[in-house]
Design a protein around this ligand. Structure first.
Ligand code: GLV
Ligand code: GLV
Length: 345
């Protein structure tokens, strides 16, 4: 039976791919879901295996996945009743949105609530790379910290330098505000002029040529995949630091490794890599002047709980026949409302 014409059962069946932050007490994200739906939940710390996900969503009306789950056409075909996918992330590159739209499946994400948390991590990485914090910390632990030395572990200044924001969305703007607070000049490059952005708009070439720090804030799309390649790094200043808190997929990691080894750029600070987790044998870990964090952008209890609430809001709105606030594919709403005869399946 086509999903858009099926009469809603009183209680929709949903699958949640991880224990949600915020506990299960009254008013928690999970309790809110359990009040309105029949919840099946993957309780492990590690991601649900693809074949288990496929089997468990066969009779589900809704899905609440993490960014670790790949949602594509083949998976959707194994879930003919599915009408909503509420990703607990702002990024939704793990979801084949056109495949969802074609099947009238609504997709929601969680923007806004993780903006400051992610900007904090971007700035923490920027400062750590500029001031060689992780190198110094390793020296303390490894016992190679000698007497105070006027020439040891000299980093780069932050105040008075230029910060380039590539992708002036919410998180980019929040990083720009932090840059302003640290006395930096801020440039941004993006497809559109952003009124009120706390920085000056320029083209990408100028931004790369003039910035001491380049921070990536574009979503991962076909257009941004591997956009930070050899030519990109070659356009940066030889002492500039590259910061990435969006998705590993925007970076050609081989080119980044070469640029660090050759001194084409001065350093890199990453919260995201390809793959995640990065194997401890990855050559990037031995590159000079690199700081790598394990995808911590939104990792505070407050932020993750708010993300879980937003995902629950999205799922309940979609399953209740409403228009979710953070709907990624409004076209799917039209597809879902089209009479059965016009629909593709
Ligand atoms: C985290 O990376 C997110 O997209 O929410
Ligand atoms: C995230 O909230 C963004 O739009 O940058």
């Amino acid at each position: 039976m086509p999903r858009y014409n099926r009469r809603m059962a009183d209680r929709p069946h949903i699958f949640v791919t991880r224990t949600l932050p915020g506990g299960d007490g009254p008013g928690s994200p999970l309790a809110r879901l359990r009040e309105a739906t029949d919840v099946d939940l993957w309780p492990e710390e590690s991601p649900v295996p693809a074949d288990v996900l496929r089997a468990r969503i066969a009779a589900c009306d809704g899905l609440l996945p993490m960014l670790t789950e790949r949602i594509d056409g083949a998976l959707l075909d194994a879930a003919p009743r599915l009408r909503a996918v509420a990703n607990m992330a702002v990024g939704y590159d793990n979801i084949d949105v056109p495949a969802c739209t074609a099947r009238g499946v609504l997709v929601t994400n969680t923007p806004g609530v993780l903006t400051d948390a992610t900007a904090d991590i971007a700035f923490a990485l920027l400062l750590a790379a500029a001031r060689r914090l992780t190198e110094g910390e390793r020296a303390v632990r490894e016992g190679t910290w000698g007497p105070w030395n006027p020439n040891w572990l000299l980093g780069k200044p932050v105040a008075g330098t230029t910060l380039g924001i590539v992708g002036p969305g919410r998180i980019g703007a929040a990083v720009a505000r932090r840059g302003g607070g640290f006395g930096m000049r801020v440039l941004y490059a993006g497809r559109h002029d952003v009124p009120d952005f706390p920085g000056e708009r320029t083209d990408l070439d100028t931004l790369l040529a003039e910035s001491d720090f380049v921070s990536m804030h574009v979503p991962l799309t076909a257009e941004t995949t591997l956009m930070c390649n050899a030519a990109f790094f070659a356009r940066m200043q030889p002492n500039a630091i590259f910061v990435n808190t969006t998705r590993g997929g925007v970076v050609d990691q081989g080119a980044l490794l070469d640029a660090l080894r050759a001194g084409t750029i001065g350093g890199a600070a990453l919260d995201v890599t390809t793959p995640e987790p990065l194997p401890p044998t990855d050559p990037l870990l031995d590159a000079p002047n690199i700081v790598i964090a394990p995808h911590l952008g939104s990792a505070t209890l407050e932020t993750r709980t708010r993300m879980a609430h937003l995902a629950v809001d999205g799922l309940l709105a979609a399953l209740g026949g409403g228009r979710p606030t953070h709907l990624v594919n409004p076209e799917a709403l039209e597809a879902a409302q089209r009479p059965q005869s016009e629909a593709s399946r």
